[in-house]
Design a protein. Structure first.
Length: 127
């Protein structure tokens, strides 16, 4: 799945990295750090473009950001749960980086909020 990188950005949808942490990614790339991007979903419930278009735009953005890779975990958009299947996909993705960046807990959007709850609470707390 993922290769070893210094920083792994995990977000709910394609374009979330560009909206919420592009400056951080570019800064770390300028320092020579390797960066990987992982989306939990394809953003299929989004109202601006199809999942296919969003994936194409995300790949173009990956090249601009200089990230080493970008992939999706194919979890259902809008329906993220801290169940075994979802958690195993996330744990597999985050085993190797030196640091992870993710949504803040108080995001105004349902799917990132769900992801943040998985990330910081109970079973979703990874070590």
């Amino acid at each position: 799945m993922s290769r070893t990188v210094d920083i792994l950005c995990i977000t709910a949808h394609p374009d979330d990295v560009e909206i919420s942490m592009a400056g951080t990614v570019l800064h770390h790339r300028s320092l020579g750090h390797t960066v990987g991007l992982v989306e939990l979903t394809a953003g299929e419930l989004g109202t601006r473009g199809s999942a296919t278009i969003r994936k194409q735009e995300a790949e173009a953005a990956r090249l601009v950001l200089g990230a080493d890779f970008r992939y999706q975990l194919d979890l259902p958009d809008g329906f993220l749960w801290a169940d075994e299947t979802s958690l195993l996909k996330v744990v597999t993705a985050i085993r190797t980086p030196s640091a992870c960046a993710a949504h803040q807990c108080h995001s105004g959007h349902a799917t990132p909020r769900s992801w943040a709850r998985c990330r910081v609470g109970g079973r979703g707390q990874f070590s």
